[in-house]
Design a protein around this ligand. Sequence first.
Ligand code: PMM
Length: 268
Amino acid sequence: MGVLNVTPDSFSDGGRWLEPDHAIAHGHELLAEGADVVDVGGESTRPGAPRPPEEEELRRVLPVVRALASDGALVSIDTMRAGVARAAVDAGAVVVNDVSGGLADPAMLPFVATAGTSYICMHWRGHSDQMQTRASYRDVVADVGAELRDRLQAALAAGIHADRVAIDPGIGYAKSADHNWAVLAALDDLVHLGHPVLVGASRKRFLGALLADPVTGEPRPEDDRDDASAAVSALAAAAGVWCVRVHAVRPTLDAVRVAARWGAGRGE
Ligand code: PMM
């Protein structure tokens, strides 16, 4: 899944694709590099980011969704708002990627059930202005698993078909770096829940911290985290993850191919 943030303030590509023409061209680049799906988002969820009004979110994403879908791309809409999901599906999106797992907007799960699209249900504990204060767990792997199972149940109870729901542990959402690493190391647990698993770790802050300059302690800049992101993708693929959401598609695809061939060598 290639990331296409049509926002002024996303942490790694904010402002780069705000012009619809640039965004559409970048969507085509992601597809040409081998992305199966382009994930179009109009709201940054970086810690502390203010929410855009719904009309602004619609204004950002709709022309991009419409153009890519009409060119034959599989488009996913990254939104927590049912109104945005509805308009994007009308414009041709076939997947709703809701980082709130249905918690931000009570109309989201019923809408997805009616629309019959695929749904990505992520682990989430609150909007960007609050999430850093909610990164407290008894046992992060068990707690994230339990909270995700609850959201999965809510999605199914709303009428979303079980084979249309993927789950995502929400790397970086109400999680410290140690929480992220613990969740990644236990991806098998999520895979065993029987739904496709998506991981979005690309260029995130915990990778910047891991790769910090040993002398200055400065985090590695966002645009220099793609090798590490590809390593995460390879390991995630080896753990049985279905989809990785990334900014740099080409190195990811190479990494995932290596993981697949490695697994084939073991008869997987
Ligand atoms: N992360 C971001 C945005 N959308 N969607 C899913 N399903 N999973 C994620 O981890 C996720 C997401 C934030 O990252 P970005 O600012 O690089 O898009």
